[in-house]
Design a protein around this ligand. Sequence first.
Ligand code: SF4
Ligand SMILES: [Zn+2]
Length: 152
Amino acid sequence: MTGSRTTLPGTHVTDHAPCFGDPDFAVADDRWKSGEDLVAICKPVLYVCGGCPYRAACIRQVAPAKSGFTGICGGRIWLNGAIVQALPDTKPSELPPPVIRKSCGTAAGSRAHRRAVEQQCPRCEPFYRPGPNPLDEEDQEGTQQLELPDFP
Ligand code: SF4
Ligand SMILES: [Zn+2]
C-alpha cells in the first residue's frame, strides 16, 4: 500500500492499488494480540500483492521498518516494522537502498542493513545471513535466548 490517507491511518499507496482502503492490509491494533493473530488476518489476502505493480513504491512510501508498521506492505507481512512473512517472489531490490555506514564491509554492517530492512550494500552482501523471524521468538517466549557472536 502507498500514500497514507488521514481518514484511514496506515493505509497505503494510490487509490489504484488493489488493497486500497482494505482494513486487512493496515491492521488496527485492537484486532490482534500476537504475531499469530496478525498472520491469520493478513495471510489470506497477501496474494493480492502478487499482481501489484506498486510493490517497491509501496515500501518506499510506507517505510514500514522506520514507522514500525504492522500489516501488509509490498508483498510482505510486517509486525512492528519487521518482516514475518513474504510472498515467494519478493526481491531484496524492492527494499529501500542501503545506507552506507562505517561498519559496511563487515558482518555488523550487514546486520545493520538487515535491521533497517534495506538492501545490502555490495560490500556487506557477502556477510548477509537471514535474521531470526520475530514469530519464532514469540514461540519461544519464556525460554532464554542466547545471541551467539558472529565469526568472520
Ligand atoms: S504491494 Fe500490496 S500492500 Fe502495496 S500497494 Fe500493492 S497490493 Fe497494496
Ligand atoms: Zn553495507
